[in-house]
Design a protein around this ligand. Structure first.
Ligand SMILES: [Zn+2]
Length: 470
């Protein structure tokens, strides 16, 4: 919810108070807008972002028919409650946790669902401009006001990039000029201006107001008279042509697609995607435009970014399994240190592959100390006793330990003392791999006949580690 709210605020300020150039952007970071500047700025948009506008409501369409759907459908993964609950990755325990909500929470959820969610259901409902559940990265700064400005792109930067149409008629939001749905003519991405793209609503939805005189918002707990209780939706199978570059998400520049989170891959394993540009003959990545601009405007400053998004299911990318929200910091000088960060990450991943290979071998290699039999016999077969689950257990233990160290090392890294950093990192991940092996093997160590094989594999692990680190 926090990242979604920040992104909505950034998008609103981006289109209403777009800074002329980097000088102006820096000034805005220093000094708040005056009351006059604020009033003049918003006056032009008085009618634009109104959630219950009679004819053209914010990110909706009037006159949508169909069955009313629960508001909760908009709130997938949103309330931060999950982080303190014992079900850290479960979104909701009940199907009716969000039945009524205040306009602020509903606006954030509506925006988030359209921008970073998956389709509202089936092939007749199209996803947003970034595809299903893309990763979002925004820069973090000391206070909320600066956190918004630091994520705004200046007109100068945008003109250089030439990514968005600047024609006024192509920069009108979808609730004022609907997405073209005629079968043959697709809506071209290069004709979508910044405002139209930032608030792109790929679905035909209409919120339904509640009739109670006062309610308590199911999401934030505020008491409010104005509230919403559901929405109606209609299919909108439109075609789109081309790639629209969203300023808040890192992209695969070769595939022309947005990066996603996958459940088995921790965020740090793909860290380079979020900070650095890379291009070779067959692959290429670029960070979110706000990070590219930060690199230019605040060169030689440390950086902290918030990385968030939903975790897609491998089987069905339209299905969301969990969500992720993490922060990463790098000290000053990070701009050209892609190789250093990649060295650390590569080592950690190589050790993970070694550990998985050893555990897998232990559970499948035939020979003395008949451990594989435990995993082969059908009578012992259950979910917690398969080769895969054993291998996953060990690699999860290892990856969890590495994650804390990666955060710590990156935050404090001394770029000019890389050799010491690497040596220290090697020692720590070596210990993590050994610990993960020992913990995973603990239940089998109790049986004497397995011990020789476990020792054999433990030696293989030590040997493998030496080879990786030499
Ligand atoms: Zn609320």
């Amino acid at each position: 919810m926090e990242l979604a709210a920040l992104q909505l605020a950034v998008c609103l300020v981006q289109v209403v108070f777009i800074p002329h150039d980097s000088k102006k952007l820096k000034q805005r970071m220093e000094k708040p807008l005056t009351e006059d500047e604020y009033e003049t700025g918003i006056a032009k948009f008085a009618d634009m972002f109104v959630l219950d506008h009679l004819e053209q409501p914010f990110m909706q369409t009037r006159g949508v028919k169909g069955k009313e759907v629960s508001l909760q459908k908009f709130f997938i993964g949103l309330p931060e409650k999950a982080s303190t609950s014992p079900f850290a990755h479960a979104f909701f325990n009940e199907v009716d946790e969000v039945e009524k909500a205040c306009p602020s929470c509903v606006a954030i959820a509506l925006f988030q669902q359209a921008t970073n969610g998956v389709s509202l259901g089936g092939r007749f409902f199209t996803v947003g401009l970034k595809g299903a559940s893309p990763v979002t990265t925004l820069i973090v700064h000391q206070n909320l006001r600066q956190r918004i400005w630091v994520n705004l792109l200046s007109e100068g930067f945008l003109a250089e990039k030439e990514l968005y149409s600047t024609k006024p008629e192509e920069n009108i939001p979808t609730w004022k000029i609907p997405i073209r749905i005629k079968k043959k003519t697709a809506e071209s991405a290069h004709k979508i201006g910044l405002l139209r793209g930032l608030f792109w609503q790929p679905a035909r939805v209409e919120l339904r107001k509640g009739s109670d005189s006062e309610i308590v918002c199911d999401v934030c707990g505020v008491e409010t008279a104005e509230h919403f209780v559901g929405f109606c939706q209609e299919p909108l199978p439109y075609k789109r042509d081309g790639f629209w570059r969203h300023p808040h998400s890192p992209v695969d520049v070769v595939q022309k697609s947005y990066f996603k989170f996958w459940s088995q891959v921790p965020t740090w394993a793909n860290l380079s995607q979020f900070f650095w540009e890379k291009k070779s003959s067959d692959e290429g990545q670029a960070p979110a435009l706000v990070i590219t601009q930060y690199n230019k405007v605040w060169h030689d400053k440390p950086i902290t970014i918030s990385i968030g998004g939903y975790i897609s299911s491998r089987e069905n990318t339209e299905k969301i399994e969990a969500r992720r929200h993490e922060m990463y910091s790098l000290p000053a000088g990070w701009e050209n240190k892609l190789d250093n960060a990649e060295r650390l990450i590569k080592l950690a991943i190589e050790v993970k592959a070694l550990l998985r290979g050893i555990i897998y071998g232990l559970a499948t290699d035939k020979g003395p100390g008949d451990l594989p039999a435990l995993f082969r016999k059908p009578k012992n077969f259950n979910k917690s006793n398969t080769v895969e689950s054993l291998t996953n257990r060990a690699s999860e233990l290892y990856m969890q330990s590495v994650e804390t160290v990666v955060h710590e090392i990156l935050r404090t890294i001394k770029w000019n003392e890389m050799e010491t950093v690497i040596q220290d990192f090697k020692k720590r991940i070596e210990n993590f791999a050994i610990e993960a092996f020992t913990t995973t093997m603990e239940p089998y160590n109790r049986n004497e006949k397995f011990i020789p094989k476990i020792i054999l594999k433990q030696n293989e692990l030590h040997h493998g580690l030496k080879q990786i680190f030499q």
